[in-house]
Design a protein. Structure first.
Length: 324
């Protein structure tokens, strides 16, 4: 693993473009983001392009030294809105193949991006298991996911592949309703046995907390993934029980207020102390990357508040590491 060199920031849910605001605000947002110390790069969703204004727009506004972690989650959820069978773990063979095809698009996007920069600009790609919506057949969904993962791993990736665990389908009122962690870990092991290549695991704090409806399951998931030898990333998104960010919703709530914060979420269950406990068990130096993904819930918010959420997030992460 590389030495800790800063954080990956999922900035796109705070960006003005997330709420279809104007390009001048978007430009100002990315300019100010580039001035925050301690950022190693961004987590960015891949749809047709990596940014609503196109790949080149994004690339012009990123510092050259920043890396990119590409995630498939946004397009997966967008397509599942009308095609509930879309997903790597889906029993719907046609839609499972369509999802594998989407990751082929990401593979090509990674190669194009690296060629454009003359280096391995993309650090990792995050995959999500995504079974057929509403399925009760977990074992079949797990077999489908293993088959998809085996095929995707067989491609000659120039970056890491990391499965981002989302809340599991076998829990009440699931938000994403993807595979249980144990089945994802089994799929990694089986795909590795067949291909000789491996994927890692990313624990997103909120998505595990939502699964357990508690603040302790994320650490349990971290430890289980460590014991399996595949923990590679930690991402910190928050969740709440009430308020603007909802009741155990997957809406990337900011950190709870802390000394020196400017835009903390009063209802957030994610605290600096919780992040510190996670880092006590998995130091940033032991990971491929760690970072934040936070949402500006107010569509009419200006750049100042959007920026403050992410600036607070970096402060919280640094405080957590200092406390661990």
């Amino acid at each position: 693993m590389q030495k800790h060199a800063g954080f990956i920031v999922g900035a796109y849910p705070c960006a003005p473009s997330f709420h279809q605001r104007n390009e001048n605000e978007e430009t100002e947002f990315w300019r100010r983001l580039a001035d925050i110390p301690g950022i190693r790069g961004i987590e960015q969703p891949c749809l047709e392009t990596l940014h609503p204004y196109g790949d080149e727009w994004l690339f012009r506004h990123l510092p050259d030294e920043w890396d990119i972690v590409v995630t498939g989650v946004m397009e997966t959820m967008r397509r599942r809105g009308t095609l509930p069978g879309f997903g790597l773990a889906s029993e719907d063979a046609e839609q499972r193949r369509a999802c594998v095809g989407f990751y082929r698009h990401i593979f090509e996007k990674v190669e194009q991006t690296n060629t454009r920069f003359g280096r391995n600009k993309v650090l990792a790609v995050e995959l999500q298991s995504a079974p057929l919506a509403g399925t009760q057949n977990i074992s079949l969904a797990a077999r489908c996911f293993t088959e998809s993962l085996q095929e995707i791993l067989s491609w000659d990736w120039p970056c890491g592949l990391i499965i981002e665990h989302c809340d599991a389908l076998d829990k009440p009122a699931a938000r994403k309703g993807f595979l249980p962690l144990a089945h994802e870990l089994t799929a990694i092991a089986e795909a590795k046995a067949r291909t000789g290549k491996t994927a890692g695991m990313c624990i997103n704090w909120a998505r595990s907390a939502i699964e357990g409806r508690n603040t302790s399951l994320p650490l349990e998931h971290l430890q289980i993934s460590q014991q399996a030898g595949v923990l590679q990333a930690l991402m910190f998104s928050g969740t709440t029980r009430e308020g603007a960010y909802g009741d155990w919703q997957d809406l990337h709530a900011p950190f709870a207020p802390f000394a020196g914060s400017e835009a903390g979420c009063q209802e957030s269950l994610m605290t600096v102390d919780i992040a510190a406990e996670m880092f006590r068990h998995a130091s940033p130096e032991s990971l491929s990357f760690s970072g934040i993904k936070l949402l500006e819930i107010n569509a009419s918010a200006g750049v100042d508040h959007r920026f403050a959420i992410l600036q607070d997030g970096i402060k919280a992460m640094n405080l957590a590491i200092d406390k661990k």
